[in-house]
Design a protein around this ligand. Structure first.
Ligand code: SF4
Ligand code: SF4
Length: 390
C-alpha cells in the first residue's frame, strides 16, 4: 500500500466533513455484510474506514468510488461510524489531486457541464425549459402557492420528461397555483458533492439560493429525492430555510385535501421501490404507499428488501455517471425481486432509480413482463381514466 498524503491532511479532511466517528470503528465487518456491493462482487467499506483511521487511504483505487451512499451500512453500524462521510472526505482529497481511475473519469466531464451549464448531462442551459413548449407553464412569481423545481433529469432526459409532464397535468387538475424557474434553475448539486467536488456544489447551491430569494420562493416542490435531501438537509448550511416537499408527499396532501380524486381504475399488481434518498435518508416510506393505495383496482405487493432495507438501484453517490459492468448492476437484482414478488409494474419516485431500472429492463429483455413507472405517471393515469369514465 502506498502512502499518498500526509496523515494529518486525511484526518483533518474527515473531521471537517463531520465523519469523525470513524475512530470508534472496531472492525466488526457488519457494514460489509449489508453492503449491496457484496451481492455482486467483493468490496470492503470497513477496509476504507480502517485506512482512514490510520491516515493511509489509497486514493487511486476504483473501490473508493463504489459507495453509492445508499445509507444502509450507517444505519446498521453498532458504533455510529459515518461511513459515507469518511468515503466522501477521501474522494474530496482524490478530487483535489485530480486522481480519477478509469470508470470515474466521466466525473471530469460532468463537473465541466455543471460549471458551464448548471446540469450534469452536457446540455445547454438555455434549453432547460424546452420540455415545457406545449404545456403552457407559468414562470414562478412571488405569491404563488409553490415553486415546482423540476431538476436536471426531469428537464432534459426524454424518459423523465414524461414524469415531469405527468406532474404538471396533476398540478393543473388539482388547481395548484405553481410556476417554474425555467432556465434560471441549476442542478441541486447533491451528487457532485458526494464525488468530493465541494466547490462545484457550493457554486450551484449559491446560484439556486440566490434565485429562490430573488424570486420570493417559500415552498418548493421537487420530483427528485436528491433535490429534496439537499434543499432540506444541506442548503441549511448556508443559513437559509425553505419549506421543501417531495412530489410523493404533495400527492398525498392533494388527495387528503380533496383536490384530486383518484377514481380511475388501474388493475395492476404493483410494487414500490424506496429510493435511498427518500426512504433511508429521509424516512419517507408511508406517503408514496398511501398514494398508491388510493388508486382503485391496484394491488400493492412488497419486494423482499423494502422500506429501511430497500435495495439501492446503484445510482447514488455519483455512480449514475459511472459505468457499472454487467453482472454488477444492483438494478438487475431489483428487477428480479420485483418479478419474484409477482409485480407487473415497478413504481418509484427518483430519476436515478428509473434510469437504472429502464436500462436493466432493456438489457434483461423484460420489456414485456415488467413496466417501470414514476409515481406521478400512475397517478396521472388514474386521473385521466377518471375523466374518461363518466
Ligand atoms: S459496522 Fe461500523 S464498527 Fe463495524 S466495521 Fe463497519 S464501520 Fe466499523
Ligand atoms: S452506504 Fe451503501 S453502498 Fe456505501 S458502503 Fe454503505 S452499504 Fe455500501
Amino acid at each position: 500500500m502506498e502512502t499518498v498524503s500526509p496523515i494529518t491532511e486525511i484526518i483533518d479532511e474527515i473531521k471537517k466533513s463531520g465523519g469523525e466517528a470513524f475512530k470508534y470503528c472496531y472492525q466488526c465487518g457488519k457494514c460489509d455484510t449489508v453492503c449491496p456491493w457484496n451481492l455482486v462482487t467483493d468490496f470492503s467499506i470497513r477496509k476504507i474506514v480502517r485506512q482512514a483511521t490510520l491516515g493511509l487511504p489509497e486514493i487511486e483505487i476504483e473501490d473508493l468510488w463504489r459507495c453509492t451512499t445508499c445509507g444502509l451500512c450507517p444505519s446498521q453500524c453498532p458504533r455510529g461510524v459515518e461511513q459515507i462521510e469518511v468515503g466522501v472526505a477521501i474522494r474530496r482529497i482524490a478530487s483535489n489531486y485530480g486522481v480519477f481511475p478509469g470508470s470515474v473519469r466521466a466525473i471530469r466531464t460532468v463537473r465541466g457541464s455543471l460549471t458551464t451549464d448548471g446540469n450534469p448531462l452536457g446540455e445547454d442551459r438555455n434549453k432547460r425549459d424546452a420540455w415545457t413548449k406545449d404545456l403552457s407553464i407559468k414562470p414562478f412569481a412571488e405569491g404563488m402557492e409553490i415553486l415546482y423545481f423540476v431538476g436536471c433529469y426531469y428537464s432534459y432526459d426524454p424518459r423523465m420528461r414524461k414524469a415531469a409532464a405527468a406532474t404538471v397535468g396533476i398540478l393543473k387538475k388539482a388547481g395548484v397555483k405553481f410556476g417554474i424557474l425555467g432556465n434560471k434553475e441549476s442542478c441541486c448539486g447533491e451528487s457532485i458533492r458526494k464525488t468530493g467536488n465541494e466547490d462545484v456544489f457550493k457554486a450551484l447551491a449559491k446560484d439556486n439560493i440566490k434565485t429562490f430569494i430573488d424570486n420570493g420562493v417559500k415552498r418548493i416542490l421537487v420530483s427528485s429525492p436528491h433535490c429534496y435531501h439537499t434543499f432540506k438537509n444541506e442548503y441549511s448550511e448556508f443559513m437559509v430555510h425553505f419549506d421543501v416537499v417531495h412530489i410523493s408527499q404533495f400527492l398525498l396532501e392533494l388527495i387528503e385535501q380533496g383536490r384530486i380524486e383518484l377514481t380511475g381504475e388501474v388493475k395492476k399488481k404493483i410494487t414500490y421501490h424506496d429510493p435511498c434518498y427518500l426512504g433511508r435518508h429521509n424516512g419517507i416510506f408511508d406517503q408514496p404507499r398511501d398514494v398508491l393505495k388510493n388508486i382503485p383496482g391496484l394491488e400493492l405487493v412488497e419486494m423482499r428488501n423494502n422500506r429501511q432495507n430497500s435495495l439501492c438501484c446503484g445510482g447514488g453517490g455519483g455512480r449514475i455517471w459511472m459505468d457499472t459492468p454487467k453482472g454488477q448492476r444492483f438494478a438487475d437484482l431489483r428487477l428480479a425481486q420485483a418479478k419474484e414478488a409477482g409485480a407487473e409494474m415497478l413504481v418509484t419516485a427518483c430519476p436515478y432509480c428509473i434510469s437504472n431500472f429502464e436500462e436493466s429492463r432493456l438489457a434483461l429483455g423484460d420489456e414485456e413482463t415488467l413496466e417501470i413507472k414514476d409515481i406521478t405517471e400512475i397517478v396521472w393515469a388514474s386521473l385521466k381514466e377518471s375523466e374518461e369514465t363518466p
